[in-house]
Ligand binder design. Structure first.
Ligand code: FES
Ligand code: FES
Length: 210
């Protein structure tokens, strides 16, 4: 059975006064305080996200536009390998000394490890080994296979990119011109003689263009 506690009108008034004077302000202050902290927290998160956002670059690689969001100054090699999965271009010395990372920029062989991605905002044509010959029928590739050039293979994409650029500039190079043109692209396995042989072979074959 429900029992009611008798409360006098004076006590009821006192209770209401207490609620009005103490409880309501406390609840309000608690709510406002938490709302204030909540807003500050959200603002902080927003600013953090905004700050962490990196610049966006649109790159023209192998005749296709690629959008990447990376820090300014990131090397083209890093973008190719780590962001776009184009791992045919190799990382070796990282200081423009070995040529393993050679790609073409508007047809010129360049070392991607030391090229900041910021340099390519103007839509320069970047060609990697993957884009050199989508059907693998480039005369230089065929010559490479015919001469059985690679040993471990690590340097070979850089060698091929350099060789293609050399032949584009000088379709019939002498042996000396080949040596000069390939200078700076290193092969730890010492495949240099076969590289020269393959370039001579490619030079003697009708070309299709890279
Ligand atoms: S990795 Fe770029 S030149 Fe060696
Ligand atoms: S084939 Fe091994 S480094 Fe050139």
């Amino acid at each position: 059975m429900i029992q009611f506690i008798a409360i006098s009108p004076e006590n009821l008034l006192l209770l209401l006064q207490n609620i009005y004077a103490v409880v309501i302000p406390k609840v309000l202050s608690y709510t406002l305080k938490n709302t204030f902290y909540g807003v500050i927290f959200l603002l902080f998160q927003y600013l953090k996200t905004k700050q962490a956002r990196m610049p966006i670059f649109i790159l023209n690689i192998n005749n296709k536009k690629h959008t990447v969001e990376v820090a300014e100054g990131t090397s083209l090699l890093w973008v190719l390998r780590e962001h776009l999965g184009l791992t045919g271009t190799k990382y070796s010395c990282g200081i423009a000394q070995c040529g393993a990372c050679t790609v073409h920029v508007d047809g010129t062989p360049m070392k991607a490890c030391v090229l900041p991605v910021d340099n390519f905002a103007d839509g320069q044509n970047i060609t990697t080994i993957e884009g050199l010959s989508p059907h693998s029928d480039h005369p230089v590739l065929k010559a490479w296979i015919k001469a059985q050039v690679p040993q471990c293979g690590y340097c070979q994409s850089g060698q091929i990119m350099q060789a293609v650029a050399l032949l584009n500039e000088n379709p019939n190079p002498t042996r000396e011109a080949i040596k000069a043109g390939m200078n700076g692209v290193l092969c730890r396995c010492g495949t240099y003689l076969r590289i020269i042989e393959a370039i001579e072979l490619a030079a003697s074959t009708p070309k299709q263009e890279s």
